[in-house]
Design a protein around this ligand. Structure first.
Ligand code: ADP
Length: 783
């Protein structure tokens, strides 16, 4: 850049007249003695001087003989346009003057007015200096503008300058790219086209409250050309001109991703909270060793009635609200968690806000995070209903036991009353019968016919009474377990023949045809002869009693069809038959079908009951097939061998100690005991030989109790099962109930109770009924 001067250092003078040139030099040197005056008079000299450069100003004659002043001006304008050019001429008309100024001359001075020369030079130099300064300033401005524009255009933030009316004065490239608008489109837009309607109000506030100098933070949602929402954050500042708001400047950046991540995080926290709060238990966390809660789920408030803030706010809240009897144990268990023993699981009571006691099962674990202080956490589950149910079951059990004892006592009283009564009746009855016999035999003197007839009736009544009393005595014996069989090998065929023979006259007296069919070669079987005679006599007696004259009774004895290990006896009559609804009851004690005629009044309803008990004591089973007005067939089966009399038990349990204990216990009671260690093994055993009773554990590996029971019910129907479990109220029990009925024994169970239960089931005849179904014995046809 040219160095500017206030005093010229070098002036170029183009003048062909030497005198004039000298005159000028003097004037100039007088004013600026330091200044170098370069004088040229030809075109070549002028051009050379210009080439050398360094002239602050050019003075030129207007009319030169060989080089016109205007040509010199043109050369100067071309080579150094910034250097002022003044014409100094003797004669210059107004037209020429104007033309010269138009052509770029700075000024002109007439030679006869040289006094103007110095001021004109000064002014020209000042103007030139001013012009250079202005150009420099303009260049600087242009440069800095370009720098700023470059800065804004390349900024990654979005920048916009907006008029108070909302028109865009400027938006940078990031803005256009992010919002998908071209520069031309931006020119047509209002800021309200790109800001989400929700933020228009806030935007207007910014325009109104804008004040210079202060940028205010701003966040909002922008909409791209295609409607995509853009979360932005940044600041807004204002620019004022002459005290009036000229524009607002916005610099912001896209935070959509961060915003969405925050929203997703919040949503996931809300989901997690909802999950924790929906757990049917109090989820908690506490510090160690203070045991102060750092977190509890809302269930805490629902369950115990204290606000969550109290749980976490009060230092000793947990300890203070544990039932005093459970406090020490619960606190010790929680405090004793270590790296080695990380989990605890215990039950205790807490006191609720309403004063009630809540039973909780707390599943606690120790949690040590990298470098952090150890914490414990857990879930408290409300087990109050279970505890209440358990207490109820215990109460009911106690009540039942008391009722049972009471019933047993009363039963014993009744039994002993029957027993005493029967004995007290039997002695005088025997004596009355004996005296009647003496009288009838004529040992006390002769009797007339009527007297003999009446005594006969009295004797028959005594006989009937004796049968009744004997039945009563037998029933009492059976009830009290005092009926013992005297089993010996006996020929059933002979026995049947004898009873038929004995009863023959009675049947004949009623015009009933009585016959028997016995399979030849039947083996002897373990039979109490006296009791079996009683059974067959009872059945025959009933057949005669309920069959009208002209009817027929057939007694058969043979091997049971398809079951050669059993003997089969049937008594078939053509009597009145038994209605279906009575058939399942006629073997009950004291049950009678009231027909309203004399025949039914002859008994007390103990006959069939005794038959069933005696047959079952022999290890057999009895049943009836009958049709009203057609007749009845009573059938029973007996085992051929002694061994079959023992019931087969199968014990399925995964605990070897339990298996061993039950085997010894039940074998000592004359049961055939087999064992299996799980459900699968149990089913295999059953397939080998079906037992009479199954004792089944519920919690077992391989095949659980309920699954085993399901299979048992599928393949062996209603075989009696005793469920023997320590989890009488658990989930397995619920599953097992789907395959009821079964008898329940809660572990641990006293030995006598196990034996008693097995006996009861056996005595209840369930085994026999099952056996009958299981053996699939054919029912005798009615013909
Ligand atoms: P009861 O002393 O009444 O004979 P049982 O126990 O021997 O008592 O018989 C019970 C009921 O069974 C009788 O009341 C009778 O109705 C019915 N019953 C028994 N045997 C027969 C039969 N052979 N035919 C028809 N009904 C019979």
């Amino acid at each position: 850049m040219k160095h500017l001067v206030t005093s010229p250092r070098r002036l170029l003078v183009l003048e062909d007249c030497l005198d004039d040139a000298e005159l000028l030099r003097r004037s100039l040197s007088a004013e600026w003695p330091e200044c170098e005056i370069v004088h040229v008079s030809t075109e070549a000299g002028f051009k050379t001087a210009l080439e050398q450069g360094g002239c602050d100003l050019i003075l030129s004659d207007y009319s030169l003989p060989c080089f016109a002043g205007l040509s010199a001006l043109a050369v100067a304008r071309e080579r150094c346009p910034e250097v002022p050019f003044l014409f100094v001429s003797g004669a210059i008309g107004d037209g020429e003057a104007i033309e010269s100024l138009k052509a770029g001359a700075t000024d002109y001075v007439l030679k006869d007015r040289l006094a103007r020369l110095i001021p004109a030079i000064r002014r020209a130099l000042n103007e030139a200096q001013e012009c250079v300064r202005r150009k420099q300033a303009e260049a600087q401005l242009r440069q800095s503008e370009e720098q700023y524009r470059d800065l804004f255009e390349n900024a990654t933030d979005l920048i916009q300058s907006v008029t108070p009316e909302g028109r865009f004065l400027y938006v940078n490239r990031a803005w256009r790219q992010t919002l998908d608008y071209t520069e031309a489109e931006v020119a047509q837009l209002s800021v309200f086209d790109v800001i989400h309607p929700e933020y228009h109000e806030i935007c207007r506030d910014h325009f109104q409250s804008a004040n210079s100098g202060e940028a205010s933070a701003w966040e909002g949602i922008f909409l791209t050309k295609y409607g995509r929402q853009l979360y932005v954050e940044g600041n807004v500042s204002a620019r004022f001109e002459s005290g009036k708001l000229a524009a607002t400047r916005w610099i912001f950046h896209d935070v959509t991703e961060a915003k969405l991540a925050t929203v997703a995080l919040k949503r996931s926290i809300r989901r997690y909270e909802a999950l924790v709060n929906s757990v049917d238990g109090i989820v908690w966390q506490a510090d160690l060793p203070s045991l102060r809660f750092s977190f509890v789920s809302q269930q805490a408030e629902r369950l115990l009635g204290y606000p969550v803030s109290r749980w976490t706010g009060e230092p000793g809240f947990w300890q203070d609200h544990i039932h005093p009897e459970d406090r020490e144990k619960a606190v010790t268990l929680c405090s004793s968690l270590t790296e080695q023993q990380k989990y605890q699981n215990f039950e205790y009571r807490m006191l609720a806000a309403d004063g009630s006691v809540v039973w909780l099962r707390d599943i606690v674990s120790l949690r040590i995070e990298n470098g952090g202080a150890p914490q414990i956490q857990g879930i408290m589950v409300n087990i109050t209903p279970r505890k209440q149910a358990e207490a109820k079951v215990r109460r009911i059990q106690q009540e039942l036991e008391a009722t049972n004892k009471d019933l047993l006592r009363r039963n014993q009283e009744i039994q002993s009353f029957y027993h005493t009564l029967s004995h007290e009746l039997k002695t005088p009855l025997t004596s009355a019968r004996e005296f009647i016999s003496i009288l009838m035999d004529g040992l006390a003197g002769p009797l007339n016919e009527t007297q003999v007839e009446y005594l006969g009736i009295a004797k028959e009544s005594c006989n009937q009474l004796r049968v009744c009393i004997n039945d009563l005595l037998d029933a009492t014996r059976l009830e009290t377990g005092k009926m013992a069989l005297d089993l010996k090998p006996v020929s059933l065929a002979n026995l049947v023949q004898r009873v038929v023979t004995t009863m023959g006259p009675r049947a004949a007296g009623k015009q009933i045809a009585l016959r028997h069919e016995v399979q030849p070669g039947l083996p002897d079987a373990p039979i109490d002869e006296h009791r079996m005679t009683q059974v067959i006599s009872n059945l025959l007696n009933n057949a005669i009693k309920y069959t009208p004259p002209g009817g027929e009774i057939i007694v058969t004895a043979r091997e049971a069809p398809a079951h050669p290990e059993l003997l089969h006896v049937s008594v078939r009559d053509t009597g009145c038959g038994i209605a279906k609804e009575h058939q399942e009851h006629i073997f009950d004690r004291l049950y009678q079908v009231k027909a309203g005629d004399a025949t039914t009044e002859q008994g007390v309803g103990l006959g069939l009951y005794l038959c069933r008990e005696l047959v079952q004591l022999h290890g057999g089973n009895i049943w009836v097939d009958s049709e009203l007005d057609q007749g009845s067939t009573f059938c029973f089966v007996l085992p051929k061998s002694q061994q079959m009399l023992q019931s087969n038990l199968l014990v399925i349990d995964d605990d070897p100690d339990v298996l061993d204990m039950l085997r010894q216990l039940l074998a000592a009671e004359q049961y055939n005991v087999r064992t299996a260690r799980d459900g699968q093994e149990g089913l295999q055993e059953m397939r080998r030989q079906a037992p009479d009773i199954v004792l089944l554990d519920l919690k077992m590996p391989n095949l659980s109790g309920p699954a085993t029971l399901k299979e048992i019910r599928k393949d062996w129907g209603q075989i009696p099962v005793i469920v023997h479990t320590a989890f009488a109220d658990g989930e397995l029990m619920k599953q097992a109930l789907a395959f009821s009925p079964f008898t329940l024994l809660a572990k641990p169970c006293p030995a006598e109770q196990v034996v008693e239960t097995v006996r009861k089931i056996q005595r209840a005849g369930d085994t026999a009924i099952w056996k009958r179904n299981h053996y699939g014995l054919p029912r005798p046809s009615m013909k």
